[in-house]
Design a protein. Structure first.
Length: 215
């Protein structure tokens, strides 16, 4: 993991995102600490802030950004954003914990302007739009319909002064269309697709191919 982080930095990646889970199936907690010691670019740790072990890791390593996802214990992968209305008070409290330590906070939300408005009331710095629905509809040949709710949510975020990230199922096929229609994106997180492409195209080439989609 540490060598991979070194390599993607050298190959031009603008940031490194890690997602430590309690069972450490994605990345070990010690790997996160090791990456922090060598990181020279943006470092983002995402995970479930209801797990005290995760909170402690973020406060120990102090990444540039923490992204809060509402995963259940043992969840295979993230599959929904926060209900920022129902969990507003909790989010306000936990977000303040990270911000007091100088860590920028982003929270995972679905492409719903109401949820974006709720996010703005939590004190978060950014939101990350959950893009699985976009990717699925884009692959079905309906790009215009796929992007509509994301444009609405992104415009609401910009109106409210929130930074804007996006992630989940973005790849070399659908990323440029997303970026072209929401050009004020701050960052995208891409993991599975990038590594799959790298198996055939090489890691350095793949990093550059993804960066070209964002120009």
């Amino acid at each position: 993991m540490v060598q991979a982080a070194k390599d993607v930095q050298e190959f031009g990646a603008d940031g490194v995102t890690v997602h430590p889970r309690p069972d450490e199936r994605h990345i070990r907690y010690d790997d996160v600490r090791a990456i922090k010691s060598i990181i020279t670019t943006e470092f983002n740790i995402e995970g479930n802030c209801r797990e005290q072990k995760f909170v402690d890791l973020v406060l120990e390593t102090k990444p540039h950004q923490v992204t809060l996802v509402p995963d259940a214990l043992g969840q295979l992968t993230s599959d929904h954003g926060w209900d920022t209305i129902q969990h507003r008070d909790y989010l306000r409290e936990i977000i303040s914990v990270f911000k007091k330590e100088g860590v920028r906070v982003s929270i995972f939300v679905d492409p719903d302007p109401v949820m974006v408005e709720g996010a703005a009331e939590t004190g978060t710095d950014r939101i990350e739009l959950y893009t699985e629905a976009y990717a699925r509809q884009y692959a079905a040949g309906q790009p215009k319909e796929a992007i509509k709710p994301y444009i609405a949510a992104a415009e609401k975020a910009r109106e409210l002064g929130l930074g804007l990230n996006a992630g989940h199922d973005l790849d070399l096929h659908n990323l440029k269309y997303f970026r072209d229609h929401i050009p004020w994106l701050d960052e995208v997180s891409i993991g599975h697709a990038l590594i799959c492409d790298a198996l055939y195209l090489g890691l350095e080439n793949t990093v550059q191919l993804y960066k070209r989609q964002l120009v």
